[in-house]
Structure formats: structure tokens, C-alpha cells
Design a protein around this ligand. Structure first.
Ligand SMILES: *Cc1c(COP(=O)(O)O)cnc(C)c1O
Length: 427
């Protein structure tokens, strides 16, 4: 299988180079040259097997094709259960991994794939990540104590919750957290500057693990395949999905699974007050905007990076607008939804998941009676400062998160200045 750039001017590459390089040299995102049909999958064999079978066509010809089942066993070693919430309403819980957010799936797969691709005499790779919370923790956990890799995380000091900061600083060993005196945009700028610094890259091997990485995108199709196949087997119907959306990585994976032929019905994107996608899908031109801070902060995105992949895969805007819809949910609705879902259904969603529950609430109000799964992207205990005051009680963190919170955390201060970062990175 070959992978081409969405911008069309970089040469096609195999999956091994696409995984290692992140962005294509022309600045585009790698996409498969053609989307393969899904091989036959038996969902009763479990998520890891589903992942290995589903991903096999992409890894044809890869140096790690034979290792794929073992990589999937290791990356998908926690469940993605589909829980019933109400009649014909389900929750696909993606928060049972080490950092209690769905990004664990992609980060763990990418880490294990890159590790398998390593040759014995390759230099140590430094994975650089800018994060506003969940991505950095998932990448840190995934690469923690993996030989041949170190992780350097940059996050905006004072702008992530105390629990999120702890989740970034609790690893130690080959993971270093830097709290930057600046905003998330400053962190991203510093990372981009380092990745574009050829002199630095001659001294150390740099890698990235951001949301456009193909190694994070592809494995996310597995839990949609698993849930949809199991649902069809149990109920004889297609399952529809509402997906909390920021950079569109999770939703693009769902769309990919449907394109591969899996029994997935409608896809609806639930966004927060950052409404670039809802405006586009309602017919306006695609117009990236300044990011607005919301309670669902992992979705605070003004220019969704995977949009370029979706646009590339469709003949025109009309075709893309047929493929999915999107809705915007503001902070007041997020808070009201957390409270209502707890009171009426006995289920406590995180602020991101609440955007999807509210979006489905409106679909139901408009008379939609089909089976829907709301995608739960993080555990509510990760966002306790938002959730606990609304429901009037404490939420116990899941075991993996509790482990991390029980360890000491450490982050070094860094001025928002490239020379300072360069000094940290150089051997
Ligand atoms: C990253 C994240 C999202 C958004 O996912 P995208 O793939 O960027 O659309 C939603 N919820 C949570 C909890 C996240 O961490």
C-alpha cells in the first residue's frame, strides 16, 4: 500500500516512511492512495484482533507487517465497551486506557509501531509534543520507558488544570515535561521551529506525534469497526455515531471505517463553541478561525487539522457535506447536559462527551429514533473542576489515573523562547 500527500506534490511513500515522517515534505498529510475494503472480521475475537485484521491491508509490504498482531495486542490491551444509556442510545467508552482519554489508542499504537520499525543502530529519537492536556499525557504514557525514545512535552504553564499538569509531569525516566511561560500557540510554535531546524536535526533525531500522524489516525478506526460489527450482529442494524470533535482525528477514523465497508450509519460531529465545522457543514465556506477557550478544552481548535484529509477524499464540498453533519454546543449547554445526564440517566460525562450527548438530545427532539452511539472521549474525573460542582459530589478517578496522581509530578520551567528550547534538546 502506498500513501500520498493531500497536497499532491510529494512522492508516494510506503507506510513505514509515512509513520516515521508525520507530515509529507510538501506540507500535506499522508493518506492511503486507495481505501481498501475491510477484510472479514469476527468481532467476537475482540478489539485487538479486529484492529490487526482491519489494519493489515495498510501494512502490506511493511517491514512490520508480521508484527502487526503483536503490536495490536499490546496497544489495544484495554477495552472500548459499548454501554447502553437509554433505549437505542449507547455510549462507546474510549477512556479505559492509561491516561483516561481516547488518545491512548492512537498514541500506544504509534509508539509500538515506531519501536518495531527501529533498527538496532538507529539513534535515539526525541518525540516533541506541544499539548493543552490530553495529547501530551497519552504520548508520554505510550513512550514511557520505551528504549530508543525520549519524550519532551511542552505545555502552557498555568493554563491546564492541576490534574492535567500532574498527568504530564508524573512520568519521569525518558519523559520530560516543560511548563512554558506562554500560551498553547507558543508551545506549538516552539515545536514547529525545532522540527524545522535542520542544524538541530543534524545533531539529534526528532519525531512528532501530533494529531495528523497517520500512526495515530489509522488505529482509531478499529474501535468503530468493533462496535459497529458487534452491534450489527446483536441488533441487525447499522449503528450511528455522534463524535466530540476538535482536530477531526477521531471522526476521520470513523469515516474511514465506514468507507472500508463497515456497518456504520450517520456520523455527526459535536463541536464546542469553536464552530468552524458546523458552519462549513451548514453550507458556509471553510474558514479557520481564532481558537476560543471552552470547558471542553481538548476540542478548542480553530483550524481542524484533519479537515485536509476529508476534503482530499471527496470530489467537492457537496460530496463532503453528504458524508457527515456537525453541531456546535456552548459552555452553558455543556454544563446543563452534565447535570441532566447525571440526574436523568445516572451517567456522568466529561465536558467533551457532553457535547455529543447534547447533540443527540437535539436529534431525538427532532424525531430521530435510530440507534446512536455517543462517543465518550475522556473520563469525567479528568475534568473534575468542571464536573464535580455540577453534580454536587466527587468522582473517583479510574485506577490508571489514580496511580499517576499518587506519584510525584515534576515539570521544568521554560521561557517561550526558541534558544531556551534548543538548549534543552541538544545533547
Ligand atoms: C483530543 C480530544 C477530543 C477531540 O478529538 P479530535 O480527534 O481532535 O477531533 C475530544 N475529546 C477529548 C477528551 C480529547 O482529548
Amino acid at each position: 500500500m502506498r500513501f500520498v500527500s493531500t497536497r499532491g506534490t510529494a512522492p508516494a511513500v510506503d507506510i513505514d516512511s509515512a509513520l516515521a515522517s508525520g507530515l509529507a515534505p510538501d506540507g500535506g498529510l499522508y493518506v492511503p492512495e486507495t481505501i481498501p475494503a475491510a477484510p472479514a472480521i469476527d468481532p467476537s475475537e475482540g478489539l485487538a484482533r479486529t484492529a490487526a485484521t482491519l489494519l493489515a491491508p495498510y501494512f502490506e509490504g511493511s517491514r512490520i507487517a508480521e508484527a502487526l498482531p503483536a503490536i495490536c495486542d499490546d496497544a489495544f490491551d484495554f477495552p472500548a465497551p459499548l454501554q447502553a444509556l437509554a433505549a437505542d442510545t449507547f455510549v462507546l467508552e474510549l477512556f479505559h486506557g492509561p491516561t483516561a482519554a481516547f488518545k491512548d489508542f492512537g498514541a500506544r499504537f504509534l509508539a509500538r509501531a515506531l519501536e518495531a520499525l527501529r533498527r538496532p543502530d538507529d539513534p535515539e529519537v526525541t518525540i516533541l509534543v506541544a499539548t493543552s492536556g490530553d495529547t501530551g499525557a497519552a504520548v508520554a504514557a505510550a513512550f514511557h520507558r520505551r528504549p530508543g525514545f525520549r519524550v519532551v512535552i511542552l505545555y502552557p504553564d498555568g493554563r491546564v488544570s492541576p490534574r492535567q499538569a500532574h498527568g504530564l509531569g508524573c512520568w519521569g525516566d525518558n519523559v520530560r515535561a516543560l511548563r512554558v511561560a506562554g500560551t498553547f500557540d507558543d508551545c506549538q510554535r516552539l515545536v514547529k521551529q525545532a522540527l524545522g531546524d535542520t542544524a538541530l536535526r543534524n545533531e539529534i533525531a526528532l519525531g512528532s506525534a501530533n494529531s495528523i500522524s497517520l500512526g495515530r489516525l489509522l488505529p482509531q478506526a478499529a474501535y468503530y469497526a468493533q462496535a459497529a460489527l458487534q452491534f450489527q450482529r446483536d441488533h441487525g442494524e447499522r449503528l450511528n455515531f455522534v463524535i466530540p470533535t476538535g482536530n477531526l482525528g477521531n471522526a476521520t477514523a470513523c469515516w474511514l471505517a465506514r468507507r472500508m465497508g463497515l456497518p456504520i450509519g450517520d456520523i455527526v460531529l459535536a463541536c464546542n463553541a469553536n464552530d468552524v465545522l458546523p458552519r462549513y457543514f451548514d453550507g458556509a465556506d471553510y474558514r479557520p478561525a481564532e481558537t476560543r477557550a471552552t470547558l471542553a478544552n481538548a476540542m478548542d481548535v480553530g483550524a481542524p487539522s484533519n479537515f485536509e484529509r476529508l476534503r482530499h477524499a471527496h470530489a467537492d464540498d457537496a460530496a463532503l457535506r453528504q458524508a457527515m453533519r456537525a453541531a456546535s454546543v456552548d459552555d452553558a449547554q455543556i454544563l446543563a447536559t452534565i447535570e441532566r445526564t447525571d440526574r436523568e440517566l445516572g451517567y456522568v460525562p466529561c465536558p467533551h462527551t457532553a457535547t455529543a450527548i447534547d447533540t443527540l438530545h437535539h436529534l431525538r427532539g427532532a424525531g430521530d429514533t435510530r440507534p446512536w452511539a455517543v462517543v465518550a472521549t475522556a473520563h469525567a474525573a479528568k475534568f473534575e473542576t468542571v464536573v464535580e460542582p455540577r453534580i454536587g459530589r466527587l468522582i473517583a478517578p479510574p485506577p490508571a489515573l489514580a496511580d499517576c496522581l499518587a506519584r510525584p509530578a515534576h515539570a521544568d520551567p521554560l521561557p517561550a523562547d526558541y534558544d531556551a528550547l534548543r538548549a534543552v534538546l541538544r545533547p
